[in-house]
Each structure stands twice: as C-alpha cells, then as structure tokens.
Design a binder for this molecule. Structure first.
Ligand code: KG4
Ligand code: ZN
Length: 335
C-alpha cells in the first residue's frame, strides 16, 4: 500500500479530536467531541474540566475515527499529535494517547505545533505554495506568519495584548452572549451599522503588530456608561461597530504585509477565520494583489480539529521529523 495514512490527535483546548488523513490531503474521518457546554456556565474554558473531558472522550474518539475511516491500526503509517501551545493538562491527554498508539503498534510519532496545524487547514482547499503569508486568528493568538519554505514559520507581526478571538469572547460576555461569543457577535454585526466608531489601535504604526485591549475597553466603557444613564444601546450596532474595528486593523496590516512580502498565497486560518465579515473583507482587498491566491480555511476546519494536525503532520512525515517516547507537552510552544 503506497498511501500514507496518519492518525492525528488534537486536545490543546476544549475539543477532543482524532482524524485519519490520507496523503496529507484527504480526510477519511475527523471526529470532534466538543466540551463547550461544560465550560459555558463558567464563561470560559476551565483547564481542569477540560483535562477530565479529554480523558473521558479520547478512547471513543480513536475508535470512531478508525471505524469511520474504515481502517485498522495495521493500515496506519504514523501517529501525529498537537504538543503545544495550549493547556498543559489538556495537551498531555492527546500526547499520552498518541504515544501509546505509536509504541503499541510500532509507528513513528510526529509532533505538531497547533498553530502550524491551523495554517495547514488550508491544505484541504489546495496545496500550499511558497512563499506564503498566513493571517492566524484564534482565541489565543493573532499573528501574521511568513512561510518561505515548508516547515519555516516566521512571525512578522502579532498582538501585543489580547488575541482577536479573546476580544470577541470578552465583549460578548459584556453583551450576555455565551462563550465562545465570536459566531453570535458576527451574526449580530451583519444586521447592525458602525455607529460607535471604536478606535482602530495601531492601524497606522510602521509594523505588523496588533492591539485589541483598547478596543475592548472602549466597548466596555460605552456599555457601562449607557447602563449608568439608563440608556439601552442597539446590540446589533455595538456588534457591528466592534467587528468593523477588528476587521479594519486585521485587513490593513495584512495588506501592508502583502505589499512588503511578494508571496504567492495568503492563508486565513484559526477560529476567527470563520468570521464572515473578515472573509468578505479579505476577498475584496485581495483584488489589489492579482498575483496572490487567497485561501480561506474551510469553515468546518477553522476551529480546533485533528484533520488540520494530520495535514501538517504529512509534511513532517516526508521530512522524517519523528520523536521518541520523551515527547512532552509544551504549553507555550512557539514556531
Ligand atoms: O482556533 P480556535 O477554535 O481555538 C483556539 O485555538 O483558540 O478559536 C476559537 C475562537 C474563539 O475565541 C471564538 O469566539 C472565535 O474563535 N470565533 C469567532 C467566530 N467563530 C469562532 N470569532 C469571530 N467570528 C466568528 N464567526
Ligand atoms: Zn486553535
């Protein structure tokens, strides 16, 4: 059998996911067990609760993933796992499970960086061509990543405070929206108008960095002030004004990076890449760059999942980037 079948694991935050990926480009299965309901009443992810759920879910995720893919352990070429960044207790569940399968079945073990995995969700749209630029926007990260060749990731800009998804979740909480709030704020934004004109932080600075904490504070102050004087603000307009400010700075810095670096592709990935306002805006802006192909991670693969980990792992498999039993979780792993 010439096909490469990788069993991939993802457990860095609040989704337990196991996938079987063929030749780095075909998803045979991608089981995602979400724990969001358990965290919602706390308004965010509780690390201890997350670890317990991963432990409870991981075995059935493996069984379901293999069964749905119609493959057996003996068909596998390798095992891959997210080993960081993320919650240490959550990561350890995936790492331990992956090590166990790898050593029980004599398979090579491939360590995958979660953020590199997000970028490789784009691989399910079309092959990545280098050099490429990625706008990576998630609950924990907001960065512009330059990739000059496979396996090389250079952060050219990043947030100095909150991640974009984190800002969505925090202002969503003020609006009484359940965690994670991004999707609902996005929905409301499309019905509203940008009446509040919130600040666009660092929009004109001569770098590729972002800042969202000032926007978050401006939003919260506006809502609290209205509360004090007994005024009710339009939720739709609040959401729209917030989203416009986020999308403006993300799009402007991305354009600036495209002007400086002549890349072949722009990749949009991470949980916030599901944002319709952001996808539409970049669709427009990319028209100015006829030599750049814009690849949006497929909507079902924007959030955390093991299919993206399997796609990145295939690149590592070809480079024979294998590890042994000493692989450990690295909660603050960087590129
Ligand atoms: O990548 P991800 O699933 O987990 C991390 O690795 O952080 O990203 C989750 C984040 C959450 O903050 C969530 O609110 C945000 O992605 N998100 C969105 C949308 N869908 C999910 N933010 C804005 N608009 C959306 N449509
Ligand atoms: Zn993620």
């Amino acid at each position: 059998n010439e096909d490469t079948l990788i069993l991939a694991f993802e457990s860095s935050c609040d989704e337990t996911s196991v996938a079987v990926i063929k030749n780095g480009q075909e998803i045979l299965s991608n089981i995602v067990a979400t724990q969001i309901k358990s965290h919602q009443r706390f308004g965010g992810v509780v690390p201890e609760v997350a670890s317990r759920h991963h432990i409870e879910q991981i075995t059935s995720c493996i069984d379901d993933s293999l069964e749905q893919a119609g493959v057996d352990y003996t068909d596998l070429s390798a095992v891959a796992v997210t080993y960081g960044p993320g919650l240490v207790g959550a990561l350890l569940v995936g790492v331990t499970a992956a090590k166990t399968v790898a050593f029980a079945h004599g398979l090579p073990l491939i360590p995958v960086n979660h953020m590199a995995g997000h970028i490789y969700a784009a691989r399910y749209v079309q092959p990545i061509e280098f050099p490429a630029l990625a706008l990576l926007v998630s609950g924990g990260h907001t960065e512009l990543v330059l990739m000059n060749e496979p396996g090389k990731f250079e952060i050219i800009g990043e947030t100095r405070d909150d991640a974009a998804g984190e800002a969505y979740d925090k202002i969503g909480r003020v609006m009484g929206i359940n965690y994670p709030a991004g999707k609902e704020v996005d929905r409301l934004a499309h019905i509203g108008t940008d009446t509040f004109k919130f600040p666009r932080a660092m929009d004109k600075t001569d770098d590729f960095d972002f800042s969202f904490s000032g926007l978050k504070s401006a939003f919260i102050n506006t809502v609290h002030h209205a509360d004090q004087i007994g005024e009710t603000l339009s939720r739709e307009n609040l959401a729209c004004s917030f989203q416009q400010a986020v999308v403006d700075v993300l799009a402007d810095k991305t354009k600036k990076a495209l002007q400086k670096y002549p890349v072949k592709q722009l990749i949009l990935a991470g949980g916030v890449a599901a944002n319709k306002g952001l996808r539409d805006r970049l669709d427009q802006e990319i028209q100015e760059f006829p030599n750049v192909t814009f690849i949006k991670a497929p909507l079902p693969l924007c959030g955390d999942n093991a299919a993206m980990i399997g796609a990145e792992a295939y690149v590592e498999y070809q480079r024979k980037n294998f590890v042994g039993a000493k692989l450990n979780a690295d909660p603050s792993l960087e590129f």
